[in-house]
Every structure is written in structure tokens, then in C-alpha cells.
Design a protein around this ligand. Sequence first.
Ligand SMILES: NC(=O)c1ccc[n+]([C@@H]2O[C@H](COP(=O)([O-])OP(=O)(O)OC[C@H]3O[C@@H](n4cnc5c(N)ncnc54)[C@H](OP(=O)(O)O)[C@@H]3O)[C@@H](O)[C@H]2O)c1
Length: 254
Amino acid sequence: MHVLEPGTEVPDPLAPYLDVDRSRPAHECWVTGHMVAGIDGTAAIDGRVGSLSTAPDQALFRSMRQIADIVMVGAETVRREGYGPVRLSEEARAQRVGAGKPGNPPVAVISRSLDLDWTARLFTDAPEDARTHVITCTAADPARRAEAEKAATVVDAGRDAVEPAAALRALADLGHRVVLCEGGPTWLGELVAADRLDELCLSISPLMGGDPLPVCVNPAGSGIARFALKGAMADGDTLFLRYETDRQGGARDA
Ligand SMILES: NC(=O)c1ccc[n+]([C@@H]2O[C@H](COP(=O)([O-])OP(=O)(O)OC[C@H]3O[C@@H](n4cnc5c(N)ncnc54)[C@H](OP(=O)(O)O)[C@@H]3O)[C@@H](O)[C@H]2O)c1
């Protein structure tokens, strides 16, 4: 047991996250989850994440997208949060372009229903080199798929539902090697259950009493996934924890 004493000041909160070596994933691509929870594990307040997130968490949320080849998110989060395309700072865009990547990472939405607003900014304002992707399954409604294809790059990854491994294989085939998953809890739970989450960056906000929605919704029978704590920082009352899946220690108990 150690006491965590205030350590050295971190001038750029993103720096410890940029330093992580994500070049050797266990599977096709490296998947980082980035979530915020209350002390009681709640993932939303009145159906939104805004009041749960503190100012330093919001700043990290925006800048963290810099690590991503693509930002992946469940459709319910897109609907509730009114997702738009990613807009990084000018400096971050310049760095990415220098590294041969698009200035902004595209967003990939996971959806079976394809019940999405195709006139929303997420689809109409995405830059040409970062077109929004929709990852769906072959059982999706054909008429809705036709609408989706006009607005987005549509990827099939499964028959009756999107299978996490198939989705990530498809993204890797498109050249996306670092995937940043911004939730929501349901889709995150499916990634964990499929052993496809490599890293979790979890902010703990100093409050309790939000929605009865945990930060990760585990599908029935998904077993226990184990993680190793790799980093801990604090800004005021917000805690920033970074975990990696503990594959050496046996990542999963069935
Ligand atoms: N605390 C945080 O960091 C955080 C982060 C993100 C979101 N949130 C909050 O979480 C809530 C939304 O999360 P949620 O867990 O309800 O939903 P979610 O994970 O964002 O999205 C669930 C939806 O994703 C699609 N989906 C998931 N698994 C699928 C599969 N295997 N195949 C096909 N489609 C699949 C389905 O979309 P269709 O219905 O279109 O088929 C499903 O309804 C909101 O309140 C939001 O504010 C919190």
C-alpha cells in the first residue's frame, strides 16, 4: 500500500497519454476507452454526460482525440449527446498532418437500427478525409442502409448485431490502428466482453447520484476482465486513472 502524494506538476495533461506505446496491440488495433464516472460509478446525469464532467476532464476529453486514428461511439450516445465531427486544435491538426494522418480523426458510429439523423453535423460537416463511418450489421433495414450510404461510409461487421472483433478488423483494414472508444457504456461493455479493450482512461468526478447507468454495462455472462493500473493523476478533485488490460495476469475469467 502506498500513499499517493502530490507529485510533479504535469504541464500538459495529454503528455502522459501521448507517451503510451500503442503500436503493439494484442489484436488488429489498439482500443482505448475514455470515460468519466461519478464516485458511485454513474455514467450520466439526466441522460447526458455534461454535468458529470469537470473542466479538466472536458479539456482532456477534447485533446485525447488527438491519439486516435478513429473515434468510435455507440449510436445512443450520438443521439443523446448530439455528436458532431471531431475538431482538434490547429496545433494538433498540424502535428497529425505532419505524421501523415488526416488533421481530424473520423467518427465511427455503431448502430443496428440505423435510426440516426443523417442531416446532423456529424454527417454533413465531416471533412472529406475524415468522413463519418457507420458500423452496422447485414440484418439492418435496407431502406435505412441506403440513406446511411448517402451520408456516411457504411461498414458491415456481423449479421444480426455488430461483432466487436469484426468491427475492429474492418477498421484495421481501413488503416485505423488506434481506436478511441468514447462509450457509451453499452458498447464499451461489448468491447470488454469480447476482450477488445486494451486501455481505459477513466476520469472520476467528485459526485454521486446520477443516472442508474454504470460506466460499463456488461452483457450477461461476460465474466471478469482484469486490468493493471498504469497511471494516476489529479486535477483539483478530479481523478484521472489509466488502466491497461492485464493480459499477462490472465485478462479474463470466463
Ligand atoms: N460517462 C461517460 O464517459 C459516457 C460516455 C458516453 C456516453 N455516456 C452516456 O451514456 C448514455 C448512452 O449510452 P448507452 O450505453 O445507453 O448507449 P451506447 O453504448 O452509446 O449506444 C448503444 C447503441 O449502440 C448500438 N449498439 C450497441 N451494441 C451494438 C451491437 N453489438 N450491434 C449493433 N449495434 C449496437 C445500438 O444502436 P441502435 O439502437 O442504433 O441499433 C445501441 O442502441 C448517455 O446517457 C450518454 O450521455 C456516458
